[in-house]
Design a protein around this ligand. Structure first.
Ligand SMILES: [Cu+2]
Length: 128
């Protein structure tokens, strides 16, 4: 084997390894930005939102699963991040996505008249 052939083989091996490492690095960076959270919707007399104070890390792309475990509809609004679900139907899971791009404490609330205590069906999102 000529010296130039050996060099060519080494270059191909390094290029292949480099590509694989590059792809995995980009994928890891993308995944590091993702964060998943869950919220349970219940009327105040049945325990209210759980957790009532939901903490998420700053700078992440949040996927929020909102599970309505009751037999009545609820709604969801998180005005600071322009996120809302008109109706969380009884027994369903709804998914909303937003970027937690500001730190602080932000209210979220139910937007469907679900019980006489509906106005107390509130919680807060803490981005830290
Ligand atoms: Cu409600």
């Amino acid at each position: 084997m000529k010296k130039s052939e050996k060099i060519a083989i080494v270059i191909v091996i390094f290029a292949t390894i480099g590509t694989v490492i590059g792809v995995f690095s980009i994928e890891k960076l993308r995944r590091d930005k993702l964060y998943t959270a869950e919220l349970i919707a219940r009327a105040p007399e049945n325990g209210n939102w759980y957790p009532q104070q939901l903490k998420v890390p700053f700078g992440k792309e949040i996927t929020l699963y909102i599970r309505n475990i009751e037999t009545v509809s609820h709604g969801f609004a998180l005005p600071a991040f322009r996120v809302a679900v008109k109706e969380l139907k009884a027994g369903t899971v709804n998914v909303v996505k937003f970027t937690a791009d500001k730190k602080g404490t932000f209210p979220f609330m139910c937007t469907v008249w679900c019980s006489e205590h509906h106005m107390d069906m509130r919680g807060e999102l803490v981005v830290e």
